[in-house]
Design a protein around this ligand. Structure first.
Ligand code: NZQ
Ligand code: ZN
Length: 392
């Protein structure tokens, strides 16, 4: 096990009706901006009404229209409104996209950071870590997937130039996040499946590297993977889409998958995510879909590096035993594909109805972005291209 430091300041409030605690969590003196996406917050499940009611003594303004794979332009517009309205606290209500846009806006809108062109300065030049401060922010997370509710990551897209960039800075941990599983009942099945796959692959990116004798982290990861497989199957059976405990287990697993715990003291990969971000920028596919397409191909191409942990995954998570490590590792990849397909998630470009023209675009963009050393094994562009081609 490697040396590590662990820090996570986000307070979690988990369970039904936790929204009622909002007024106690945000000081009455704060002017609050509620950031959200589209319809579902406003109408489908009455979240906005609950939030407005809980904050009726606060001075609030609202900022809607943040789309999936949040666009930089929304952060610019939100920043202008924050300055105009003298907002002092940001509350994200929605999925990872709304929360990521809120985190990036919290950096842009903090005047002490002296930012003139945030895309260029913070993302193209990668200087977001030089920000001195961020506006305070918190979330009501409605989509178990990204773990954004308890981490310091953001992923921002810019459609006008087909780019998607990410970053991580401890200034932007949410102060608190409210996780109410009943708020996830309205999710379309496609988003439920996207979220399960995203959380699952977050665990894989931190677990499936080399054997580091990190038993605590391995057991945590394997437990999360088993829960996501079991509850992922269960949620689509009968009337389980509104089964509280099923939704609660998926929700908590997604948070624990990317809040830093299982990353302590181990190598991390993240190459499937980096390749996936390029594929979203090029094709517009959902984040989870790019991952289910690219993970099996990535594991096939990097099989030699991964086979020891793949064999462990087969045995401890999928309960598969084969005579040799090689066969067992291969069986793990097949089991992964079966799991993704059981959730109606594609495992190839063909299954996702996209053509091979995206390969060249993604490879070129990886190169332009300087993403030429990926995973714990630092593979380069030629291997990245092979992964995309294997996924065709
Ligand atoms: O458009 P609205 O009305 O907001 O509806 C959303 C959106 O269309 C809808 N939705 C959310 N909660 C709902 C709901 N519909 C009904 N009922 C609910 N309870 O779902 C759609 C998708 O939402 P989105 O926020 O885009 O999904 P997700 O949470 O999967 O976030 C994806 C984004 O997060 C980034 C991805 O790259 C992508 O940009 N990621 C962020 C990470 C992080 N911050 O740590 C890590 C991840 O690996 C990921 O890269
Ligand atoms: Zn992800």
């Amino acid at each position: 096990m490697n040396n590590f430091e662990f820090y996570n300041p986000t307070k979690l409030l988990f369970g039904e009706n936790q929204i009622q605690q909002l007024a106690n969590l945000i000081p009455a003196s704060e002017k609050v901006m509620i950031l959200y996406g589209g319809d579902f917050v406003l109408s489908k499940n009455g979240i906005m009404e609950q939030v407005r009611k809980a904050l009726h003594k606060h001075d609030i303004v609202e900022f809607g229209g943040i789309v999936a794979n949040p666009d930089y332009d929304s952060c610019v517009a939100a920043t202008e409104k924050i300055h105009k309205e003298k907002v002092t606290f940001l509350l994200a209500v929605g999925g990872g996209s709304v929360l990521d846009a809120t985190k990036f806006t919290a950096l842009m809108a903090a005047k002490e950071n002296n930012i003139t062109d945030a895309w260029q300065e913070l993302l193209e030049e990668g200087k977001y870590h030089l920000c001195k401060t961020a506006m305070p922010l918190a979330s009501i997370m409605t989509l178990p997937a990204t773990g954004s509710e308890m981490n310091a990551n953001f992923v921002i897209s810019r459609r006008s130039i087909q780019k998607k960039r990410d970053g991580n800075l401890s200034l932007i941990y949410p102060q608190f996040s409210i996780l109410d599983p009943t708020l996830t009942y309205t999710l379309p099945k496609k988003q439920v499946a996207n979220g399960i796959v995203d959380a699952f692959i977050h665990v894989i990116e931190q677990y499936l590297t080399r054997n580091e004798q990190a038993k605590v982290q391995d057991e945590w990861s394997e437990g999360l993977l088993r829960v996501l497989i079991e509850e992922g199957a269960r949620v689509f059976e009968g009337d389980n889409l509104t089964n509280y405990n099923c939704r609660a287990n998926i929700m908590y697993a997604a948070t624990m998958a990317l809040n830093g715990f299982i990353a302590t003291g181990v190598l991390q990969d993240w190459s499937t995510h980096m390749l996936g971000h390029e594929l979203t920028a090029s094709s517009g596919l959902d984040h989870g879909v790019t991952l289910s397409i690219l993970l099996p191909a990535n594991l096939k191409v990097n099989f030699e590096h991964k086979k020891e942990k793949l064999a462990q995954l087969a045995s401890r998570v999928f309960k598969i035993e084969k005579p040799t490590q090689e066969e067992q590792a291969k069986a793990a990849i097949t089991a992964l594909e079966d799991f993704f397909r059981s959730l109606q998630m594609p495992c190839s470009f063909k299954e996702a109805n996209i053509d091979a023209s995206h390969v060249a675009k993604c490879v070129q963009s990886l190169e332009e972005n300087g993403l030429t050393s990926l995973s714990e094994n630092q593979f380069g562009i030629a291997t990245a291209q092979k992964i995309y081609e294997t996924a065709l």
